[in-house]
Each structure stands twice: as structure tokens, then as C-alpha cells.
Write a protein that binds this ligand. Structure first.
Ligand code: COS
Length: 379
């Protein structure tokens, strides 16, 4: 067993770390306040090969392994998790094409990303179907060589700014899982309209909005996989992207630890740095051990996926453990900073607000526990 990253991954890690330090950290607070979408920063990430990482070289991409993506994501997230959420939503949005699309579809929708910065969005959740994917209601009706989509998607990351949407719809709601189909839809398709942008508590640099589908006509050639394969395609996509959330959470927790270590060495109480007190040291120690454990779970899951092995259980474990840990670490960081931590003058309150979303999106942590328990009971 070898826990060392190879030279290629170390170089990638260094590139991502420098990108976070130089391009993201100086402006993260400003984007948090304005809620502006960081298009140019995301474009730079794409130029550096830090986004759209799953697109294989044969389709013009950088073809990073999932482990490689996780290494990069942790570094970028240390800078700003909202921007990183937008960045990894590129891979979330394009993965259904990658694993469910034909060669022609990959050539048409993925290959152009080599030359042009394209934004993807994964449209699964709906106002009345978040955890219960099989209960989704966006309706797809076959009409000759097309499908006509009607309904609404909700909480769509990159929804307002995307060029390409992967969309899950049902032919017949009563058939639940077996009626779901996936489609790739271009932004300029008539009837597709991004709606209200959410005014979020955290991760405010990521764009999250409702998408309305009003008689959106999609050629059957843009269906990904066969009719009825959409549910499994969505699940297989999430298996591959949940470790990225583990990495994202590890990046936030690491930043919380770095900030807490520096502050507790500097801030004095009772005549000594607060870091001299065990009460503070225990919080720092818990952060550090959870960061290591979350990273190892994430890397193990990524490694399994890179070997082409099933990893639903590990994917949910990595996502759930690392994001719960990040919530704890950032809450403790605010505690260590005391009154200062509760103000916007210091970076830790943002980390805490940002961390909360990770326990909710890409499947709530309650859903992750459902997946883990089902896998355990299946044996
Ligand atoms: N990969 C491939 N197939 C899978 C799968 C996976 N990871 N998970 C389930 N399936 C298959 C099952 O094997 C089953 O197949 P058969 O019908 O052939 O037996 C089918 O899909 C239905 O599976 P299941 O009965 O487990 O589905 P449930 O409706 O009970 O839902 C959960 C499963 C709750 C796990 C799923 O709806 C889920 O992940 N919800 C959270 C969604 C989410 O993450 N939303 C966030 C939005 S994206 S940012």
C-alpha cells in the first residue's frame, strides 16, 4: 500500500494550491457578499485543467483520474467552496454524457470543451423531488422524432449560467424509476428558461436557480441511453461525483484548521496564547484527525472508482463523513475565534455557512446513511 501521491499528482496539487492562493483567496469574501458569478475565475480553472476534468483525452479533455480530481478540488476549495462547487458541477453535469452517451454524443457535446469554455448543469432535483429521485415530475412526451419537456427543476447549480444541461424527466410518473429518461439540452433551446436565483446562506459565489421547461422540444438523438435508463444513470453519476464533495469538504475543514492554528497562536487570554489551552487544542486535534480520515475515505473511494469498481457505499461514506466533519470543524473554528469569529471581518463564519450546504446537496447526509445501510444489509 502506498499513500504517496505520484509526481504528476503533486504537480497538479501545487498548481491548484497556487490558483487558490493567488486567484481565489484574495477575492473570495467580495464574491461572497455580492453573490456575483465568478465566470473569469472558472474560465481560468478550465484553462489550467482544473475543471471538466473527467473528459478523457480522446475527447479533448484532460482526462484526470477521479483521484486526481479530488486532489485538485481539495486545494481549490480551501480558497472558496462556492466557486469550487460551480467548478465541480461541470463534471457533475457532463458525467451523464460521459457514461450514458453514445460516441457521437460525446463528440458533439464534450469534445468542443477542449477549445471553448462551456458551463454544464445537472438538472435532477425538483421543487417536490429532492431526495426521492423516482418521484420527479418533469414530463417528457414523445412526439415523432422529438420529446417535449414540461415542468420545473430546482436548486440547479450553474442553472442560470449554463450552456449545456443534462436533464432527467419522466415519461410516466406512475412508473417511477422505470419511466425516467436523461437528455442533453442546449441553453438556447426555446422554452428553457432559468428562473429565480436563490439568495443562499453560503456558497454564494455558486449560481443556484430554478429552471422552467415550457414545451422544450428535444430531438430523440439527445436522449442519453435508452428510455427508462435515466434513474440508474443519475445514481451512477452521483457515485462518481460524491467523492469530489468529500474532497471539497476536506478543503474547507483544512482552511478552518489553518485559520484556527494561526489565530490561536496569536490571540492571548489569561496572559498566554489561547492555543496553549487544552480546550482549544482538543478542537484543533479533532479537526486534524477528521481531515485525515475524510481525505483517506475520499481517496479510497476515488481509487476504487478509478479501478472501475463499484463504490456506492464508499462514495456515500466519503461524502457523509467529510461533510459532517467540515461542519464540525468550521463551527469549532468560529468558537475558537470567539466574538471575532462571528463577524465578517474574519474568514471563519463564511466557512461555517459554506459547510452547511454540503450536508444537504448531492444527496442529504441522511440519504447517504440510507445508501450505506442498504449496502451493508445487502451483504
Ligand atoms: N448505481 C446504479 N444503479 C443503482 C444505484 C447506483 N448507485 N442505486 C440504485 N440503483 C438501481 C437499483 O439497483 C434498482 O435497480 P432495479 O430496479 O433494476 O432493481 C433501481 O436503481 C432503484 O433503486 P432503489 O430501489 O434503491 O431506489 P430508491 O427510489 O429507493 O432511491 C435513493 C434510492 C434514495 C438512494 C436515491 O433516490 C438517491 O440517491 N436520492 C438522493 C438524490 C440526490 O443525491 N439528490 C441530489 C441532487 S443532485 S445535486
Amino acid at each position: 500500500m502506498n499513500f504517496e501521491l505520484d509526481d504528476e499528482l503533486l504537480t497538479l496539487q501545487e498548481t491548484a494550491r497556487r490558483f487558490a492562493d493567488e486567484e481565489i483567496i484574495p477575492v473570495a469574501a467580495q464574491f461572497d457578499v455580492s453573490g456575483e458569478f465568478p465566470t473569469e475565475i472558472l474560465r481560468k480553472a478550465w484553462e489550467l485543467g482544473l475543471s471538466h476534468t473527467f473528459i478523457p483525452e480522446e475527447h479533448g479533455g484532460v482526462g484526470l483520474s477521479i483521484l486526481g480530481s479530488c486532489v485538485a478540488v481539495e486545494e481549490v476549495s480551501r480558497g472558496c467552496s462556492g466557486m469550487t462547487t460551480s467548478m465541480i458541477s461541470q463534471d457533475l453535469g457532463l458525467t451523464p454524457i460521459l457514461i450514458g452517451g453514445s460516441e457521437d454524443q460525446k463528440r458533439e457535446w464534450l469534445a468542443p470543451c477542449a477549445d471553448e469554455f462551456k458551463i454544464f448543469a445537472f438538472c435532477l432535483s425538483e421543487p417536490n423531488a429532492g431526495s426521492d429521485v423516482a418521484g420527479l415530475q418533469l414530463h417528457a412526451e414523445r412526439d415523432g422524432d422529438d420529446y417535449v419537456l414540461n415542468g420545473t427543476k430546482a436548486w440547479i447549480t450553474n442553472g442560470g449560467v449554463a450552456d449545456i444541461y443534462t436533464v432527467f424527466a419522466t415519461l410516466d410518473r406512475s412508473t417511477r424509476h422505470s419511466g425516467i429518461c436523461a437528455f442533453v439540452v442546449s441553453r438556447d433551446t426555446p422554452g428553457l428558461t432559468p428562473g429565480k436565483k436563490e439568495d443562499k446562506m453560503g456558497q454564494r459565489a455558486s449560481d443556484t436557480c430554478v429552471i422552467h421547461f415550457d414545451n422544450v422540444r428535444v430531438p430523440a438523438s439527445q436522449r442519453l441511453g435508452a428510455e427508462g435508463e435515466g434513474f440508474k444513470l443519475a445514481m451512477a453519476t452521483l457515485d462518481r461525483t460524491r467523492p469530489l464533495i468529500g474532497a471539497l469538504a476536506t478543503g474547507i475543514a483544512r482552511r478552518a484548521l489553518e485559520e484556527s492554528l494561526a489565530y490561536s497562536a496569536d490571540r492571548k487570554a489569561f496572559g498566554q496564547p489561547i492555543g496553549d489551552f487544552q480546550a482549544v487544542q482538543f478542537m484543533l486535534a479533532d479537526m486534524a484527525k477528521d481531515i485525515e480520515a475524510g481525505r483517506l475515505l475520499t481517496y479510497q473511494c476515488a481509487w476504487l472508482l478509478d479501478q472501475g469498481r463499484a463504490a456506492s457505499k464508499q462514495s456515500s461514506m466519503a461524502k457523509c463523513f467529510a461533510t459532517d466533519s467540515a461542519m464540525r470543524a468550521t463551527t469549532d473554528a468560529v468558537q475558537i475565534f470567539g466574538g471575532n469569529g462571528y463577524t465578517r471581518e474574519y474568514p471563519v463564519e463564511k466557512l461555517m455557512r459554506d459547510a452547511k450546504l454540503m450536508q444537504i446537496y448531492e444527496g442529504t447526509n441522511q440519504i447517504q446513511r440510507v445508501v450505506i445501510a442498504r449496502e451493508l444489509r445487502r451483504g
